[in-house]
Write a protein of this length. Structure first.
Length: 384
């Protein structure tokens, strides 16, 4: 009985799957025609994706015979694949095709963390700053006002940085003013016009502006046998024609990758496309090297601190600071909120907290205090 029921159920599922597995093609006339995914008609055009290579497969025997076991297997597999995508986890981890490594170049690059990403077709590499405090990925592009890109300006680079050029990338296309991600859309003269953007940042007078495009971000994933394969994901990019403030001054000279919570951020776009879970991890070593993994959900045993609920003021990663310690002396009842921002070099404290911390620190530090001409710091020490 049970077995029969199962067979019956399977048959129903198979019928449903067969019904949903139709490919729709549109002919040039106004009528359209439904063609089954595994029909003979489509066979001639069919290509199979295998790893990164697309193999044309019009003659091979892998085309399933209609209603064969193989035929249903293929249908079930492709539908399961699609269901998995809907659940948001086609891949467990994704990382930039150049590798998951992050790096820091100290003062030369504003003390931020960076990683190499490959973008466009043919692909070009960019050394982008990692910023959890913003959403947009922007690159120096069709430059009117960009930071210097020549390696001679930076002591830690052995090659020139590159400017992105949408017209050179065959996978690039404009995002129009009518697109949901176009915040400045209502200001456009025509909905078909390329969408302009202006991104203002926490640092004073620091911004990037230009227009939005869609292009391919080249990522990689590894399977259970540690074999690497490439994943080519469409993402939104700010073609940063004009940068100001810190962005002309050695911070993110080759662009910035927004890891924030907004819809346009790289993790949000990858998750919405069903490529991974909407999460990522950034890990840093003491020497400031590190790793980034998109889709990482962390170990089940790992300890965590909850982020504060989002609100209109803070669409960002905020935590509640319950206390702070200087050496063994802990000052309780601090209770302030702090933003988790990988794109800010230093830790900023509210004034009254900063005062308490620095007074306590000064009590404990056993070196001579000094002052420097023009120094903004109240507490300076001669450390020899
Ligand atoms: C980038 O382009 C080079 C040269 O065309 C190619 O060998 C490499 O596989 C490409 N990388 C990705 C991630 O597509
Ligand atoms: C920001 O720009 C304004 C107006 O141009 C200027 O007065 C101010 O000094 C600038 N601030 C910084 C930190 O450069
Ligand atoms: C993974 O790589 C190993 C050796 O590097 C190879 O033998 C194996 O067939 C690969 N597996 C897949 C699924 O590609």
């Amino acid at each position: 009985m049970e077995f029969r029921f199962l067979v019956y159920l399977l048959t129903i599922i198979l019928i449903l799957l067969t019904r949903t597995s139709l490919a729709i093609t549109f002919s040039t006339s106004s009528s359209s025609k439904l063609i089954h995914r595994f029909s003979d008609e489509l066979k001639a055009f069919r290509v199979f994706k295998h790893g990164e290579k697309v193999i044309s497969d019009s003659s091979s025997s892998s085309w399933p015979k209609r209603k064969s076991v193989e035929y249903y297997e293929l249908l079930v597999n492709s539908d399961l694949q699609r269901q998995k995508m809907k659940l948001g986890a086609q891949y467990k981890f994704l990382f930039p095709s150049k590798g998951s490594k992050t790096m820091s170049f100290g003062n030369d690059f504003g003390w931020l963390h960076y990683t190499w990403v490959d973008i466009g077709t043919p692909n070009v590499s960019f050394l982008v700053a990692l910023d959890t405090g913003s959403d947009l990925l922007w690159l120096p592009c069709n430059c009117i006002q960009c930071a210097p890109l020549s390696a001679s300006y930076y002591s830690s680079l052995d090659r020139d940085l590159t400017e992105y050029s949408p017209s050179v990338s065959s996978t690039s296309k404009h995002l129009s003013c009518s697109h949901e991600f176009c915040e400045l859309g209502p200001n456009c003269k025509s909905p078909k016009q390329p969408c302009p953007y202006i991104a203002n940042y926490f640092s004073e007078n620091t911004s990037s502006s230009g227009f939005l495009v869609e292009d391919t971000l080249h990522l990689a994933t590894t399977d259970d046998h540690a074999n690497k394969s490439l994943v080519h994901a469409p993402i939104v990019i700010g073609c940063g024609r004009k940068q100001t403030g810190g962005y002309l001054d050695g911070i993110a000279p080759n662009g910035l990758i927004g890891l924030g919570l907004g819809d346009v951020s790289v993790p949000s776009v990858l998750a919405k496309a069903g490529l991974m879970h909407n999460s990522f991890s950034l890990c840093f070593n003491e020497d400031d090297s590190g790793r980034i993994f998109f889709g990482d959900q962390g170990a089940a045993t790992q300890q965590s601190t909850p982020f504060l609920p989002l609100n209109e003021i803070h669409m960002s990663y905020m935590v509640e600071v319950e206390g702070y310690c200087i050496g063994s002396s802990c000052l309780k009842q601090s209770g302030f909120q702090a933003q988790f921002d990988s794109g800010t070099s230093f830790t900023f404290l509210p004034d009254e907290v900063y005062k308490k911390v620095s007074v306590e620190f000064d009590k404990r530090v056993n070196v001579k205090r000094t002052s420097y001409e023009g120094s903004p710091w109240e507490y300076c020490y001669e450390a020899r």
